[in-house]
Design a protein around this ligand. Structure first.
Ligand code: 3PY
Ligand code: MG
Length: 290
């Protein structure tokens, strides 16, 4: 039996082929990863259903807790540009465990960044600024235990109950994506999409526009690049995500055929919320005199 991974929809052999998560029906063997959440995310991606992401940069576990009540299909903590500390990742992952699928955009492409994110309890990682197939290959290897990769074993959450089970579940369930967000990545996107063990591509629209010289007013060439990446991903059997600024933008991209889009990010939501609160001081002269 082949345990499901988004890569299993692909023509080539999936990296997780042959890995079966331990039997979840045995009550002595409670899953140790964020199992339900992981299943939800993977089944959405497998079915080609749109996945809406809430994206968090402020490093606030409290904000994530508030947002999780809206039941997003997945949450992304941005360790590259955001204020997340190692402990913040850990506490946030703990509070979401099994309820909302948690992904982490790693600080960089290095193995320690990937290890911290997965040890904290994320069910998947997203690599920023990937430009070559070799970089994608190394990132995938850092995210997967041997024999598929070279992830180091350890961490509080993986070790807290049954590391053998965690190891098996993680081999079957961990989701790995890479960002396409530079001109060089565009040139190499076919080779990147062909990297075994990759589960999705994700376009960083801001950096891509900067790198192409298309910021702040993109031309049709920029839109054509987005379409090209989506089509390359589809040809490789991979879902393609895209960074979007709000729900309207996210809906538009999902209608175009993107699989993952960002319907809310904490910076914008908080900024907009406070902006609408400010006009109170303009209430006017109708107020009774003190
Ligand atoms: C980009 O748009 O470049 C991103 O990385 C999303 O934050
Ligand atoms: Mg970026």
């Amino acid at each position: 039996m082949i345990a499901w991974s988004p890569s299993c929809t692909r023509p080539r052999q999936a990296i997780s082929a042959g890995i079966t998560p331990p039997n979840k029906t045995n009550n002595r063997e409670t899953p140790v990863m964020s199992d339900i959440a992981a299943d939800q995310l993977r089944s959405h991606l497998k079915a080609g259903e749109p996945v809406e992401l809430f994206w968090f940069s402020t490093g606030s576990p409290a904000l994530v807790e508030i947002a999780a009540a809206a039941k997003p299909q997945a949450i992304m903590l941005d360790a590259q540009h955001g204020l997340w500390t190692r402990e913040g990742l850990e506490w946030t992952a703990g509070q979401l465990e099994g309820r909302v699928p948690l992904l982490i955009r790693t600080t960089d492409l290095g193995a320690p960044a990937v290890t911290s994110a997965l040890d904290a309890g994320a069910i998947g990682v997203l690599a920023p600024m990937v430009e070559t197939a070799d970089q994608a290959l190394a990132f995938v290897a850092a995210a997967r235990f041997a024999p598929e990769g070279r992830r180091s074993g350890g961490g509080i959450r993986p070790l807290k109950s049954d590391f053998a089970r965690y190891y098996m579940e993680s081999r079957a369930q961990t989701v790995v994506g890479v960002m396409i967000e530079t001109r060089a990545a565009l040139e190499n996107v076919e080779q990147i999409a062909a990297v075994p063990g990759l589960d999705f591509l994700f376009i960083g629209t801001g950096d891509l526009a900067l790198s192409m010289g298309e910021f702040p007013v993109p031309s049709p060439a920029y839109e054509a690049a987005l379409t090209h990446v989506r089509e390359v991903a589809a040809a490789a059997g991979l879902p393609c995500g895209i960074f979007t600024g709000d729900e309207v933008d996210a809906r538009r991209r999902i209608k175009e055929g993107f699989s993952i889009a960002v319907s809310a990010n904490d910076i914008s939501v908080v900024a907009k919320g406070f902006a609408t609160a400010a006009p109170l001081r303009d209430t006017g002269p109708d107020r009774p005199a003190a």
